[in-house]
Each structure stands twice: as structure tokens, then as C-alpha cells.
Design a protein around this ligand. Structure first.
Ligand code: PPS
Ligand code: ADP
Length: 627
């Protein structure tokens, strides 16, 4: 999983410069004043990775803003943003690069503040190691638990527990030992199997680059030694070869190559492969790179494969070891970390990006959310910013995948809002749900076209949307009567009526409205399949669900009719006395009062009920249909 950041160009430049050295990505997490900025600032300074201009800026900033007198304030290196300085906390992920003889490093500094779980997940999604800072005087805090949980959720298998400020506890072994004991228990609960605890004073430099004489009782590595030598692997065990196809390279008729970065395993010419999700097989002909053909390629290498046979493979497909292929499925159990400003609503469609593939997905069920401080499961109907949940997720088509614990590339995903294009969640796939595979489409001999033909009409869905009392039912009824009189086969689905039967279990919370519209859209689609002209009259306040309904129909079949009545007018009419109740506080979540209505942006018809009477507006709908 990778969450896009505007630093990607800087990262690419840096990587190019240090191409040949092994790369370690790590994140730092800890409380605001645990000293992590000092730790990283000092690492950068001491490894002389500072560019000259950064160094001179640092020296002058230290004099102006520093808290260390005339000495250099290393924390200023990390707290690069002025907003952060003003608040005295780190509020976003800051990426820094440095290198030593042995390795090059990219460090993501993650904020310690409670509400910034989202930023931490962004930094953690690509990291191999997490440096968890603890203040020796304070020991393990709720924050340490939360960060460690997210670290484990996002599959980081190596933790450096940096017990900082040892100078302030007299370099006392007992203090260190008690913290390490506590963390050992937490790590076991979270399944973090590799952790190294280091007693540290970032400020004094103890155990930062070299072992400190102040801690003779500690014989482990210094922070830098650990970072230079820790062995990391991004896939577990002997996962077979996987290449998510980024693009198909076809410069001329004779060459057809599939380009991407190897996500796991190794590949050689002659290896048998399978293309997924199609399941077609072939053999590797060549491994092509800019520097010539290779005999073997492995994880992390960018390559182009050519195959012995012509297979239809496109971007988003996965080429895999034919003997150890990943599974393919469209329903999963998954963990989600919600990053959207708006709540996650089950049933609402989002884009899901996994590997190089983008598909439509919705959460069918939130099993429970998880308290990130205690890991306790809690009941939930929706998810708010920074919340984590275990849920079932459904895709509109099967994708090749692997459990995140085995392969972060093919098991990690992000969800993207379909309206705003914002990343709203990071997630990890746990396992496939089998149900989908057991339900098949039943072929029907009499199809939609045949049913519509016998009725002498084109199936349609007329979708009336607008505030309560705007005039949806009145106009839909008039349209229905006229169509019926003209001999058309129609049916009306009205919110008030459907809520007495099919949807009587649903109320008016956002999540219930999403489900209300999902069900009625499915019913409307069945009616169109039966060859009918179906008139749907629901408030349907959200763009996302009206869009979902539209997507169920063939092009041209869905006609969105916006009944445009200002709130003041609908309230004035108050046909059912509900606005008065809502204003009096006796009815909650009332549309237009304390529940939103999102005005359609591109409805096929907009009917202004203030300027025209209902009869004329109904005629406009008929004219639109029979033109
Ligand atoms: N809280 C609240 N908000 C909005 N509407 C309420 C509410 N409580 C009851 N009603 C009555 O329910 C009718 C709307 O139901 P819908 O199924 O069309 O609503 S929605 O599409 O799920 O938003 C709506 O009918 P119309 O007036 O025909 O729109 C109301 O009569
Ligand atoms: N131009 C108009 N179009 C539709 N309804 C109108 C118009 N002008 C006044 N009305 C009145 O507004 C009310 C709309 O109620 P209704 O059709 O039940 O709305 P909804 O179904 O959107 O809740 C009715 O009493 C209707 O007579």
C-alpha cells in the first residue's frame, strides 16, 4: 500500500543518487516531547547528510527559535514546517533522507498527537522498521500502545524501542528493564516478533552512533548500528513470483512486454507463469531491462517480461508463479483505518486500489471497530476519522490478492472517494470470504429486451429526488397516470410506501439512508429488467448513492429528475407537519434541518416547483421520455 505524497519526486531523485546501496525505510513514532525530533535531527547531523543550505538554515534557526542556547537544536531539523513550530508539535509526516557507508535511509517522522493516526499510517505504509520512542521517566503510555498497534496492523515486523532520556533517570538499568518487560508483553499481544530495545539519550548522544560508557550494563547495538544491520523482508516465507502489471509495453508489432516492479519471489526465463485474474498460462521468454536482459530478477526490481504465448494481459493484472499462484476473490475480511473527513458508510461505493488495479468496492458489514488504545472490539455502524475496524468488503470484480501478512503489495489497499478523489482509508486484506464463489448467475431465456418488446416500450428508471414536501410524489403520480393512460407499463416506488414494507427496519441515519437507497435501486433495476418504466420517488439525499443507482442501469435508462424546491417553500407547505416537528426538536435527522441534502450536479431534468405548476412539470418529464 502506498499513499501518494508530494515528496515522491524528491524520493525518486534521492534513490537515483544512491542506487547501489541497500535501502531501509523507517518511521519514528512517539509523544510530542519524547525527543524523537532530536533523535532524527542528530542522526542526520552526525551522519553528515545535511545539505549545506539545510545546515546554515539550521544554525541561524537555532539561534532564533532554539531551546538549547547557542548549541544546535537538532529538533528543528525535523520540525521543518513553520505551523508545527508555532504549535510546538509535529503535525504531518516529514520525510528525510540520509546515508552511511552501509545503507541509505528514508525516515518518516510521524506525529505523536492523538488525532493524527492518519498521518502515522501514511508514513508506516511503506516502512520496514518502526522506531518507537519512550521517555524513560514516563514509561509506556497509551500512545505507545496505539502506535505499536498501528505499526503491527500495517505489517511492520521490526520495532526499535528507543528508551530515551536515560540521562534523566541516572542511566538506571532497573528503569530500562521494567519498560522493556512491559513492551515485551505488548509486542507478544500484537504479534510483533522482532524488537530491539536500546537505552538512549538522544540529546547527549548516548548509544546513538556508538555504545555509551554511561550504560555498561547494555551490550546491544547503538541506534545507527541497529538500523545499518537489521535484516528486513517485505514478503513472508516462500511466496512465489508476483508481478503486478503496471503497463503493457508495445512499441511495435513484434514486441509485447509487461512492465512492473516485482512484488515477491524471483523469476527466470523459462519459468511457467499464470496471468490473473484470467488464469491463462504461459512461459517467460525474456526479462528485459534498460540495461539489457537478465537471467534472474527478484523483489523490488523494475522489469519488463515477454512471454512465449500471446496472452491478453492488461494493467492491473498479476503475472505469477504458475505453481504457487495467489488467490482470486471479490469478497474479503479486511482491516480498515478510516482517514476520511466524512464517515465511512456501509453500502456506499468507493474506488479500491490494490497493487496496480482499481475496482469499485463497498463495505458490506462493519464487524466491529477496534479501540486503538486497548485493542478492544466495539460495536459500530459507521467509522469516523482515525478509527480502525474489522469488516467485510465486496468488490465489483474478482482480483488477485494475498493476505497482507504474507505480501504487503498484494494485500494492502487504499479506498478513494468517488466524488472528491481523496484517499479515505488504508486497509489490509486478511482472507477471502467464500460466499461469492458459491453463488452463480442463473441464465434466463426470456431476457430484458424480450420483456420490453412485448410491452412495446423501452425500460426506464425515472429517479425523482428532492427535499421532503418538494413535490416528488405529486409529480411522479401525475407522470405515472399519463404514461398509464398512454398504454405504457409502469410502476411507482415511493419512499413512504417502501418504508412500510421492504425497508421497515430502516430509519433516517446516514447509514440507514444509504441502505434504503441501495435496496430500492436494486428493486428498480429488477423492474427495469422486467421491461417496466419504473418511477422512484425518494429523497435520496446523497450524490454517492444516486450515482450508485445510476451505475446499475444501461446508458440512457436512468433519468435523474431533481425536484427543485427551496427549503423555505417546502417548509411552508409542510404537508405532513414534519418540518414543524423537526424545528421543535421532536424529530431528529430531518433532511434540510439537521441532515444534509446534496443538490444534483447533472440531473437530466430540473423541475422548479415555484415557477411552474405540477401539471406542467409532469408534462416536461413525458416530453423528455417521448421525444
Ligand atoms: N428524519 C426524516 N427525514 C426525512 N424524511 C423523513 C424523516 N422522518 C420521516 N420522514 C418521512 O420519510 C419520507 C422520506 O423517506 P425516504 O425513504 O424518501 O428518505 S431517504 O431517501 O432515505 O432519505 C419523507 O417523505 P416525503 O415527504 O415524501 O419525502 C417523510 O415523510
Ligand atoms: N409545482 C408543484 N409541484 C409539485 N407539488 C407542488 C407544487 N406546488 C405546490 N405543491 C404541493 O407541494 C406538496 C408536495 O408534497 P409531496 O408531493 O408529497 O412531496 P414529496 O413527495 O417530495 O414529499 C403537495 O401538497 C403539492 O400539492
Amino acid at each position: 500500500m502506498s499513499v501518494a505524497t508530494d515528496t515522491s519526486a524528491a524520493v525518486a531523485t534521492y534513490l537515483q543518487q544512491h542506487e547501489t546501496k541497500d535501502l531501509l525505510r523507517f518511521i519514528t513514532c512517539g509523544s510530542v516531547d519524547d525527543g524523537k525530533s532530536t533523535l532524527i535531527g542528530r542522526l542526520l547531523y552526525e551522519t553528515r547528510a545535511l545539505f549545506a543550505d539545510q545546515l546554515s538554515a539550521l544554525e541561524s534557526d537555532s539561534r532564533r527559535h532554539g531551546t538549547q542556547g547557542d548549541a544546535i537544536d537538532y529538533a528543528l531539523l525535523m520540525d521543518g514546517l513553520s505551523a508545527e513550530r508555532e504549535q510546538g508539535i509535529t503535525i504531518d509526516v516529514a520525510y528525510r533522507f540520509f546515508s552511511t557507508e552501509k545503507r541509505k535511509f528514508i525516515v518518516a517522522d510521524c506525529p505523536g498527537h492523538e488525532q493524527y493516526t492518519r498521518n502515522m499510517a501514511t508514513g508506516a505504509s511503506t516502512a520496514d522498521v518502526a522506531v518507537v520512542l519512550v521517555d524513560a521517566r514516563k514509561g509506556l503510555l497509551a500512545q505507545t500502545r496505539r502506535h505499536s498497534y498501528i505499526v503491527s496492523l500495517l505489517g511492520i515486523r521490526h520495532v526499535l524501542l528507543a528508551v530515551n532520556k536515560m540521562d534523566l533517570v541516572g542511566y538506571d538499568f532497573a528503569v530500562f528493564d521494567e519498560i522493556v518487560d512491559g513492551y515485551r508483553e505488548l509486542a507478544a499481544q500484537l504479534g510483533i516478533d522482532n524488537f530491539q530495545a536500546i537505552p538512549l539519550s538522544a540529546l547527549q548522544g548516548d548509544n546513538l552512533l556508538q555504545s555509551s560508557p554511561q550504560t555498561p550494563w547494555y551490550d546491544g547495538p547503538s541506534v545507527l548500528e541497529y538500523l545499518e544491520t537489521v535484516r528486513v523482508e517485505r514478503t513472508r516465507g516462500d511466496v512465489g513470483f508476483r508481478l503486478p502489471v503496471q503497463w503493457v509495453n508495445r512499441p511495435n508489432q513484434d514486441f509485447r512486454g509487461f512492465a512492473g516492479t516485482v512484488a515477491a519471489g524471483t523469476v527466470r526465463p523459462g519459468d511457467e507463469i499464470v496471468a490473473l485474474p484470467s488464469g491463462r498460462r504461459s512461459k517467460v521468454a525474456r526479462i528485459v531491462t534498460a540495461d539489457g536482459d537478465l537471467d534472474i530478477a527478484g523483489e523490488g526490481q523494475a522489469i519488463t517480461l515477454t512471454l512465449a504465448d500471446e496472452l491478453d494481459i492488461s494493467r492491473g493484472d498479476v503475472i505469477a508463479d504458475a505453481h504457487k499462484p495467489p488467490q482470486v476473490s471479490d469478497q474479503f475480511a479486511a482491516h480498515l483505518l478510516w482517514m476520511g473527513e466524512q464517515a465511512l458508510l456501509p453500502g456506499r461505493p468507493y474506488w479500491l486500489k490494490i497493487g496496480t488495479r482499481t475496482v469499485s468496492a463497498s463495505i458490506t458489514e462493519i464487524k466491529h471497530k477496534i479501540d486503538v488504545n486497548t485493542q478492544e472490539p466495539l460495536a459500530a455502524k459507521h467509522l469516523e476519522l482515525n478509527e480502525v475496524a474489522y469488516c467485510n468488503i465486496y468488490l465489483d470484480q474478482p482480483v488477485p490478492f494475498e493476505a497482507y501478512a504474507d505480501n504487503r503489495t498484494l494485500g494492502g489497499f487504499i479506498l478513494v472517494d468517488r466524488q472528491s478523489d481523496a484517499t479515505v482509508a488504508a486497509g489490509t486484506l486478511d482472507f477471502a470470504l467464500r460466499r461469492a464463489g458459491n453463488i452463480h448467475w442463473q441464465h434466463l431465456d426470456v431476457d430484458k429486451t424480450a420483456r420490453a418488446r412485448i410491452k412495446g416500450q423501452q425500460p426506464r428508471c425515472l429517479w425523482f429526488t428532492g427535499l421532503s414536501g418538494s413535490g416528488k410524489s405529486t409529480i411522479a403520480n401525475l407522470v405515472d397516470k399519463r404514461l398509464h393512460a398512454m398504454g405504457y407499463h409502469t410502476f411507482i416506488l415511493d419512499g413512504d410506501n417502501v418504508r412500510h414494507g421492504l425497508n421497515k427496519d430502516l430509519g433516517f441515519t446516514d447509514e440507514d439512508r444509504v441502505e434504503n437507497i441501495r435496496r430500492v435501486a436494486e428493486v428498480a433495476k429488477l423492474m427495469a429488467d422486467a421491461g417496466l418504466i419504473v418511477l422512484v420517488s425518494f429523497i435520496s439525499p446523497f450524490r454517492a448513492e444516486r450515482r450508485m443507482a445510476r451505475d446499475l442501469f444501461a446508458p440512457g435508462e436512468f433519468v435523474e429528475v431533481y425536484i427543485d424546491t427551496p427549503l423555505a417553500v417546502a417548509e411552508e407547505r409542510d404537508v405532513k407537519g414534519l418540518y414543524a416537528k423537526a424545528r421543535a426538536g421532536q424529530l431528529r435527522n430531518f433532511t434540510g434541518i439537521d441532515s444534509p441534502y446534496e443538490v444534483p450536479e447533472a440531473a437530466e431534468l430540473e423541475l422548479d416547483t415555484v415557477s411552474d405548476p405540477a401539471e406542467r412539470l409532469a408534462q416536461r418529464v413525458i416530453d423528455y421520455l417521448i421525444e
